[in-house]
Design a binder for this molecule. Structure first.
Ligand code: ADP
Ligand code: MG
Length: 343
């Protein structure tokens, strides 16, 4: 059973023209399960709030009517349990589990595509619940008619209730989503930064959250407050900034590989021996200090490491600089060599 995220509540959901119908229908279903819209089918692209709405429905019903039997599962879980129960001869338990609930919520139902036996089982589950006025809520990355190889009878049932689409948020909605997320995290973000992100990222709420995370990480790493400048750098966008004397990663790598007598290919490899991790970490540290490359770009250059790894490397170097005088002197030497090569 999936654990619901308390943050995925109606209170924390921002409604806008892009999701108005889905939101209103979700609220209606939560207030009157089994009578408002049955089934409720919410579809749309990734990161647009489908899971959030499904979980909000469950939590609201649990609050208002604690006696209600709710089952919230991913379609994957439904199919896996089905297969397991078939194999272990426990279909009776499976059917009991799925057909004795008041509310059945299945996330990402499009995974039923091409799965004939699961579709068949779901068809019977659906009928059972529907006939006794139990609420069914489904989400999908595609409209019912766009799910490949979906049985006609299921396609038709998906359209018996309400089919609601969620689309990309408009600028104002993006601003509102950003403000809500910033508030949830308890961080300060000036309006110009919020506007900047909302302008730059127009895809979905998940990516807006990703941008907040990246900016937050940069602020923590550099021990700075969040301002427009920091946000631009964090999102790898330094237009308008003077780019004079921009060092290249190559100059940094030359100095560090010289010093440690290692090869670039070692630094880019997955090897974790100290003889390569130390120069790799130093490279990342100096790249961060001396260039405008983003954490992602730096990580990408050194063997496709993600930004948290880069952050960790930089922290490791910073910590050691404070406690290890000889290391600190070596780093100065490399840094000086880099500065000289730039002049
Ligand atoms: P989906 O299931 O459609 O891929 P999610 O529900 O997982 O998307 O949403 C991704 C993230 O974006 C979640 O953290 C969610 O809280 C947030 N989110 C999406 N839409 C909204 C919205 N309208 N208001 C607030 N947060 C949203
Ligand atoms: Mg989802």
């Amino acid at each position: 059973q999936v654990v619901l995220s308390p943050d995925y509540s109606f209170d924390n959901f921002i409604s806008g023209p892009n999701n108005q119908l889905a939101y209103a229908a979700a609220v209606a279903v939560a207030n009157q399960p089994g009578t408002a819209y049955n089934p409720l089918f919410i579809h749309g692209g990734v990161g647009l709030g489908k899971t959030h709405l499904l979980q909000a429905i469950c939590q609201k019903i649990m609050e208002d009517r604690p006696d209600t039997q709710i089952l919230y599962v991913s379609c994957d879980a439904f199919m896996n349990q089905f297969i397991e129960c078939v194999q272990s001869g426990q279909m009776h338990e499976f059917r009991h589990r799925y057909r004795h609930v008041d509310v059945l919520v299945i996330d990402d139902i499009h995974f039923l595509a091409n799965r004939e036996r699961s579709q068949e089982e779901f068809f019977h589950t659906f009928n059972d619940l529907y006939q006794s006025n139990r609420q069914i809520v489904l989400s999908s990355d595609a409209a019912p008619s766009e799910i490949p190889h979906l049985e006609e009878r299921l396609l038709s049932r998906f359209q018996w209730g309400l089919v609601a689409n969620v689309t990309k948020p408009h600028y104002e909605t993006r601003v509102a989503i950003l403000r809500a997320k910033v508030k949830l995290r308890g961080i300060e973000m000036p309006d110009d930064v919020v506007g900047y992100i909302a302008n730059k990222i127009d895809s979905n709420a998940r990516e807006l959250e990703g941008a907040i995370t990246t900016i937050q990480a940069h602020a923590a790493l550099q021990d700075q407050i969040i301002d427009l400048n920091l946000a631009r750098t964090a999102l790898g966008d330094s237009s308008g900034e003077p780019r004079t004397n921009q060092l290249t990663l190559q100059q940094i790598i030359d100095a560090v590989t010289d010093h440690y007598n290692v090869r670039l290919s070692d630094l880019q490899s997955r090897r974790r021996h100290k003889s390569v991790t130390e120069p790799r970490q130093v490279c990342m540290y100096l790249a961060r200090k001396r260039t405008r490359f983003s954490l992602e770009e730096i990580g990408g250059y050194f063997g496709g490491r993600d930004h948290t790894t880069v952050m960790h490397s930089i922290r490791t170097v910073q910590d050691r600089l404070e406690s290890d005088a000889s290391f600190s002197r070596q780093l100065d030497q490399m840094d000086n060599a880099i500065q000289r090569s730039a002049d």
